[in-house]
Ligand binder design. Structure first.
Ligand SMILES: Cc1cc2nc3c(=O)[nH]c(=O)nc-3n(C[C@H](O)[C@H](O)[C@H](O)COP(=O)(O)O)c2cc1C
Length: 182
């Protein structure tokens, strides 16, 4: 059983993340899904409830759209308040030790844009260093992020293409969770 922290501030308008979440829900995986924006629309996160959820699982998936080369504010807030001293780090803060940290996100722009000569310049993995170090600092196992390019309807990508990519993304994520849960 894995925990999915879903962080999307406008999930009602989501297409890519919704497609991924629907595939996860239709999979046979036993998942606990926490839609943190729906749970905490005022950003007042229940730290104890979130830490208790973390303790119940060995694999933690973070599902979100890529925002400003990082994550939506609600997820940053979640990290800020849930990963506390002596829980997630510090001399006695080993509660997350050995758990799997799985970033899973949708990227608005194209793959070509995330190249040195592309308009986003850097490769997506270069924007993920903070995730990797967060995992190490909390003694978690960092799993290579799963992400999908060209997921923005606003940028002109078509629903059919986004759907196909998002379904492939979900299949990769489901396979990764299964492998980790063995
Ligand atoms: C506030 C905001 C910031 C965004 N920042 C980025 C970004 O830095 N890079 C990028 O490629 N796309 C960016 N996008 C596009 C989203 O990543 C894209 O629309 C989303 O992943 C699509 O998923 P959804 O259909 O589930 O919303 C941004 C979108 C918004 C609304």
């Amino acid at each position: 059983m894995a925990l999915v922290i879903l962080a999307h501030p406008t999930y009602d308008k989501s297409f890519a993340n919704k497609t991924i979440m629907e595939a996860l829900q239709n999979s046979k995986l036993d998942l606990e899904i926490r839609d943190i924006h729906a749970l905490y629309p005022d950003y007042k996160i229940d730290v104890q409830a979130e830490q208790a959820a973390l303790l119940r699982h060995q694999t933690i998936v973070f599902q979100y759209p890529f925002y400003w080369y990082s994550m939506p504010a609600i997820l940053k807030q979640w990290f800020d308040v849930v990963l506390t001293h002596q829980f997630a780090y510090g001399s006695e803060g080993d509660k997350l030790k050995g758990k799997n940290f799985v970033p899973s996100f949708t990227v608005g722009s194209s793959k070509e844009s995330y190249t040195t000569l592309g308009f986003q310049h850097f490769r997506v993995y270069e924007f993920c260093k903070h995730l990797e170090q967060t995992a190490y600092h909390t003694q978690m196992n960092y799993i290579d992020p799963i992400y999908t390019y060209g997921s923005s309807l606003a940028a002109g990508y078509q629903e059919a293409e986004i759907k196909k990519e998002a379904q492939q993304h979900a299949a990769k994520l489901i396979a990764a969770i299964k492998e980790l849960e063995i």
